[in-house]
Unconditional design. Structure first.
Lengths: 111, 112
């Protein structure tokens, strides 16, 4: 079982650019959530997708958007990047309400 | 009301000792309390979790103690080993919502 797979593992972008991060959930998992983890902090919930719909959203601006595909994989898009968006972006998948499995994340650096 | 407060921020324990990390929550609607372990460069990994209908859950060397009236829960690591050195996060969520609210983390160092 490959678990949750995220790509790319590292990424460097310039302020103002746009970025797309990708996530393949664990086999059998139909729910995908995205979290942002700043250095030295706990993960912060961005949003969650189920059946290709955004089901819940955290306190993040509209610059953060996402998508879930029929195979349950997901993308996180961030527009108009600024320095404060530098963080580890984590994807987590689950089947049902509990027991989330996290990927290793994408380390985004905005310069 | 969505906060989960975690302490201490860092902890140094000798090999074989007991590591104790504490968390407190405000939202009484939370009904699922997991602990995650995170190594550098990796995502959080679920260690152990508890529901509020029990006061304690043990899995191997890891035990969660839960005090519903005080709205507190803690992680105890018995016989701590150098391989346990990592950052530990407590979290909480509400049934049907699935959003995890994380604590700020505790960096544990187990000295040989």
């Amino acid at each position: 079982d490959a678990g949750v797979t995220q790509s790319p593992t590292h990424l460097i972008k310039t302020r103002g650019q746009q970025v797309t991060l990708r996530c393949s959930p664990k086999s059998g998992h139909d729910t995908v959530s995205w979290y942002q983890q700043a250095l030295g902090q706990g993960p912060q919930f961005i949003f969650q997708y189920y059946e290709e719909e955004e089901r819940q959203r955290g306190n993040f601006p509209d610059r953060f958007s996402g998508h879930q595909f029929p195979n349950y994989s997901s993308e996180l898009n961030v527009n108009a990047l600024w320095l404060g968006d530098s963080a580890l972006y984590l994807c987590a998948s689950a089947e049902g309400n509990y027991g989330y499995t996290f990927g290793s994340g994408t380390r985004l650096t905005v310069v | 009301q969505q906060q989960v407060k975690q302490s201490p921020q860092s902890l140094i324990v000798q090999k074989g000792g007991i590591s104790i990390i504490n968390c407190a929550y405000e939202n009484t609607a939370f009904d699922y309390f997991p602990w995650y372990q995170q190594f550098p460069g990796k995502g959080p990994a679920l260690l152990i979790a508890i529901r509020p209908d029990v006061s304690e859950k043990k899995e191997g060397r890891f035990t969660i103690s839960f005090n519903k009236s005080a709205k507190q829960f803690s992680l105890h690591i018995m016989d701590s080993q150098p391989g346990d050195s990592a950052t530990y996060f407590c979290a909480a969520s509400k049934e049907g919502f699935q959003k995890l609210v994380f604590g700020t983390g505790t960096r544990l160092l187990v000295s040989p």
